[in-house]
Ligand binder design. Sequence first.
Ligand code: SAM
Length: 318
Amino acid sequence: MTEKYGKLQQQFLCCYPVNKMAWSTVKLPLSWEEQQELIAATCGHPLNRRYPVRRSYLEAFLKQLMHLLKDQEDVHDDIYSNLCVRMGEAPGSGTSYAYKHYLMGPGAHITLRESNSFVSEGTTGLCTWEAALALADYVLQHRDLVRGKNVVELGAGAGLLGILLKLPALELKVGQVLLTDGSEPCVQLMLENIALNFNDKEQEEEKPQAEQLDWNSVSEFPWKCHAETDLLLAADVIYDDSQFDALLGALDYFYSRRGGQLETLLASTVRNVDTLHKFMAQLGIHGYKVTPCANVSACASHFCRDHTAAVQIISIRR
Ligand SMILES: C[S@@+](CC[C@H](N)C(=O)[O-])C[C@H]1O[C@@H](n2cnc3c(N)ncnc32)[C@H](O)[C@@H]1O
């Protein structure tokens, strides 16, 4: 990450909203070299060259940059060329999918192929949601919670959290990691994203696994082929109360297998307070003890995320 444009680079690569970017770090006027440096740090970044971000996002970014430079005589050719020339299409990119790169510090990043729509192919799981980033931050701040644990993620969507747990650069020393989702397209996407972030040479046990698992049929899953679960993770799965019985049924199944040996960390974006209250009440009825966890503050966060969005993280034990 270049020092001067490091924040903009991190924000650009994960498609952080253009109007909320750290434009104040750009000190005007920008010399020819500085413009070149800024473009090289963002559009010209090797990750973006290989796996490009959404075209509409790139255009919005460059237009905002040109607006910023409107009083300058010289606007660098690289800005125009990036705007005009369509970058070579990477495999799997197109209008429905594009890439995001989550930089988390020196040498640690996750590249994910994600849907450009919040809902597609009958699921909300083909892109990464705020709650997954908040839970990832929480885990990175509380590494002891995951060290040596065998982890199952429920409703894992595009796979950010589980991929992060096994990322060699983060050295979290997690046991086996199984990403699950009820949606087949999500499982396909997770498998692709795992392949993007772990090279073939890595031992199978060093990579997360991904399997289809609907909460309604958790007892039919071949658990014998997997290590006993110590920790369940789930992000943004509390939004549809028609799924509460299935999710609680799945939790009951895991806890009756592991009893006191199991903890669940659940992160939920607070969209509708009543929906969350309803789920909390159900947890109480099912005999669970809920402990609220403190969200990671903006200054300690590893991700570009909207810290004004309310995300509730809880630990569930029985
Ligand atoms: C809003 S997305 C969250 C994805 C990811 N955890 C994140 O935060 O980025 C909710 C996910 O829950 C999954 N899901 C919903 N109902 C499910 C069920 N009954 N069984 C398994 N997964 C389910 C969806 O397929 C979707 O991937």
